[in-house]
Write a protein that binds this ligand. Sequence first.
Ligand SMILES: [Zn+2]
Length: 460
Amino acid sequence: MRERVDILVSNALIVTMNSERRVLDRGYVAIRDGVIVDIGVGEGTEKYTAEETISGKRAVVTPGLLCAHTHFYGLLLTGSPWFNRIESPSDFQQNLQRVWWAVDVLIGYEEAYASALMGSILFAKSGVTSFFDNISSPNTINTVLDYVERGVSEVGLRGFLSFEATQRRSDEEGFRGLAENERFIRKNNSDPSKLVKGAIYVHASFTVKDELLIKAKGLSDKYNALLAIHTEEGLVDVYHNIERYGLRPIERLYRLGFLGPRTHLVHAVHTSDEELELVKLTGSHVAHNPTSNMLNAVGVARIPDMLKTGINVGLGNDGYIFDHFEVMRSAFLLHKLWRRDPRVMTPLQVFEMATTNVAKMFHLDSIIGSIEPGKRADIVILKPRTPNTPVNYQTIYSHLVNTFSSRDVDTVIVDGELVLRDGKLVNVDEEKAVDYVHSAVERFWDRLLLEGSPQVNYVK
Ligand SMILES: [Zn+2]
């Protein structure tokens, strides 16, 4: 008598990412009630009958990819006429003053929803099943996370949402940002039916005062919530903290008790040896965003050093390139070039930074990040079209990082539910959604050109 399951993925190459990093050349994954109930060698059809059998000849099954840091609203700007309106930024600070801070003051509920819908579609289509998003919309704070949630939930992903608390315009506004995070955490975090949870986010230590950092850490402790901050992305962050506080940013965060196992330091490009010691000592995590760092020309984070010292690093996209295969590829190549040493960064290290390491950052490593019995079923099935060499247990990590792309993503399962099947979204009419998002973006650009300020000077 064969056991009944909901989904049986059969006869595929399975990248488990379990602690032994076991790869099955020809195996199966059985899923019931949202949980991986069994994996094994062979087709699995002699043990199980399934509501849905996905046959995996030449297919590759991996854990859902995880994005450690994103901004859905970054998707509103690709190719925008705004870039012709402003003087091109020549450094990180001008990039904030002419692009992001000029834009985010005009983001309202519609832009929050439309960009979250688009971002979730792109994530699903590139095999990303979970992420940590951060929105900045200083003139639309209260309840804005509900609109982001709507976009994500329509597609069916798991994720963390947060509002970017900053005091760049006023002290009080920073606390309103934190209050929105707290409201959302209270609404979602203890509701087991919600795949989307809240988290605490502070923009960066050069736009907030000590009081806000302490309050943010207090909320993270109170709700057991993730806590993130942009750190040392540009040198302005380092100079500002040294000038005002006599400390480098991570040293200041350490003194304030901000660091810890729930803390994510995003970027960490300009870190000193002493600061890396503090990151390690406190069990804080680093979100590495190679494509964004290249785009903004801010510098190269010391990721190989971090990995060597045992700091946990996960890959993010920072609201740029929503194709996680491209992000992995960039992480793989960037550090080789920067160090002029082809030995740094192995394919496996990179794949860990897109799966198991981020699961740890999210404190979800007991339920996602690998394919193991008992874990929630967040998995991706790739059907690589024309692999140039055989795809097997020896070559798979190299293919994942060097040759596969989001176009090879065939099926995505989140919490046991199909989100993408045969390359098509299950819960959303893609064409309709894209038409809607494009019209929302056009309305937004009209407003931006009419009302936007080409230079805002909050930080001097
Ligand atoms: Zn960011």
